[in-house]
Design a protein around this ligand. Structure first.
Ligand code: ZN
Length: 491
């Protein structure tokens, strides 16, 4: 007996030793090591802020009903760009798509180098009439108050468009000679499906253009959002989720509700919905693994211990992640039952009952695999399935190439307190239409968000600090200059 106890104690000691050893050794600091900070460009800051403020004053709103499109706003926006950035208009070739989407092409001297593409979108979501008076500054005022620039589009996504244009204007002013071709692509209807971006992607596909990398909106620098880290984290999207709506339909006999069958079409549908909700998709830690590989070393031991020992703690870690809807969304394909319809009158049996279930697809799952899952868990031939609005999840971009390394090094050379990690974008970006044009697609904007400002995305009081806006220009300039030169400083 004593022997058994002793060997059990020995095993526990060994186990604890392994857990601690792994917790202190698995995660290494593989952040880009800054040897030289970026030398900032010395542009006229107040003039740049004024140009941005004016851009925010132009209501380039995307409506679901495209007949509401305000043509004069998009024309004014184009005009504003032309007046603000004369060198860009003079030295690049501009092509327009679907009237208002724009592509600027700066020709490089070395055709051996694949071109790079920087993306953004000019349109913004509408301001909700009911909450309009809760804005502390007018949504299309472009006011600059106490170091904050206010307005719809300040973070989504006029910051990208204007800061990119500022960086290119400055680049051309220095008489730089680009080696690599540089493209800018700005959609005008990203918020309603991105027809402009689709037309642009088709144009490049026809020309058989392949990009070294593509940078679009997406991740940001988060401050106090990722649990367990005190440092700001630069999230660079290497993939984005897909989405699909499945319409579930059950047909019924109809008739008067006074003599109903045991189950009406609505009841059969309800039972199918319960089965769908009770059988969520399998969760996977792959995107968390990617993150922990990069920032795990900076986390406290209490968090590193389970994360470094997933061989033992994976079930615990997964169940913790799945408790919060926001982290669960990065771990699995999500299921949201959103629309329901049965009979239109209380005493009439439904002849048809329908539900719409919205899925956000984790890379690795597909529309077909979701359909197979639904057929299996519903297991009722009376329920038919049809897809609407299907968009597969993106591929996962690698990180061992110039594009990612330049993004990482530029963020860190601007502020080496920021840790950089790849992550999964939960929403959709225009870059999803560019899948065939590059395997290196990244989604990041040089904007810092905390839990409070995160809410302003598509919400109330959208704003960006003056400092963030100027940083964005510095970031894009560093990206542009090094990308165009063809010699990247990536260590
Ligand atoms: Zn956007």
């Amino acid at each position: 007996m004593k022997k058994i106890l002793l060997s059990a104690a020995f095993l526990i000691v060994v186990l604890v030793a392994i857990l601690f050893y792994r917790a202190t050794s698995v995660f290494e600091n593989n952040q880009y090591q800054v040897t030289e900070s970026l030398t900032p460009i010395t542009l006229n800051e107040s003039a740049a802020i004024e140009r941005f403020s004016q851009a925010l004053q132009i209501p380039t709103i995307s409506y679901d009903d495209s007949s509401k499109l305000d043509h004069s706003a998009f024309q004014a926006f184009h005009q504003h760009l032309q007046q603000s950035f004369p060198l860009v208009f003079e030295k690049t070739e501009l092509t327009k798509f679907n009237d208002y989407s724009m592509v600027f092409h700066l020709k490089g001297q070395n055709p051996q180098l694949k071109p790079a593409l920087f993306m953004g979108h000019m349109d913004v979501v509408p301001v909700d009439e009911q909450t309009k008076d809760q804005w502390l500054q007018p949504p299309f005022g472009g006011k600059v108050v106490d170091g904050i620039i206010w307005g719809r589009g300040a973070i989504d996504d006029k910051v990208s468009v204007l800061a990119l244009m500022e960086s290119l204007e400055w680049y051309l002013k220095q008489n730089n000679q680009p080696q690599r071709d540089i493209y800018f692509a700005f959609g005008h209807d990203e918020e309603t499906g991105g027809e402009g971006a689709i037309a642009i992607a088709e144009y490049f596909a026809e020309k058989k253009t392949q990009f070294e990398f593509i940078l679009d909106e997406g991740g940001v620098i988060t401050d106090g959002i990722i649990p367990g880290t005190t440092q700001p984290i630069g999230l660079v999207g290497v993939a984005e989720k897909g989405f699909v709506n499945f319409r579930l339909t059950v047909k019924g006999e109809g008739g008067h509700s006074s003599q109903p069958p045991a189950h009406t079409a609505a009841g059969i549908l309800a039972s199918a919905i319960v089965n769908v909700e009770n059988n969520p998709f399998d969760a996977r830690t792959e995107f968390f693994d990617l993150m922990f590989d990069n920032i795990g070393y900076s986390m406290p031991l209490s968090q590193r211990l389970p994360l470094a020992n997933l061989w033992l703690f994976e079930p615990v870690v997964l169940s913790t992640l799945l408790k919060s809807p926001s982290s669960a969304a990065s771990a699995r394909t999500t299921t949201a039952v959103t629309m329901l319809q049965g009979s239109t009158k209380s005493n009439v049996l439904p002849t048809i009952a329908t539900a719409v279930v919205n899925f956000r697809i984790l890379p690795g799952d597909t529309v077909a695999s979701i359909q197979a899952h639904l057929e299996r868990v519903i297991d009722d031939p009376r329920v038919t399935l049809a897809t609407e609005l299907a968009n597969e999840a993106s591929a996962v971009s690698p990180t061992d190439n110039i594009g990612f390394k330049l993004i990482e090094s530029s963020i860190r050379r601007l502020d080496d307190n920021v840790l950089v990690t790849p992550y999964l974008v939960l929403g959709a970006t225009d870059s999803r239409h560019f899948q065939s044009l590059s395997k290196n697609i990244y989604r990041f904007m040089m904007v810092s968000l905390n839990p409070e400002t995160l809410e302003q995305f598509h919400g109330l009081n959208e704003q960006i600090s003056v400092q963030d806006y100027l940083n964005a220009i510095q970031f894009y300039y560093a990206m542009l200059e090094q990308t165009a030169s063809g010699e990247a400083q990536t260590n």
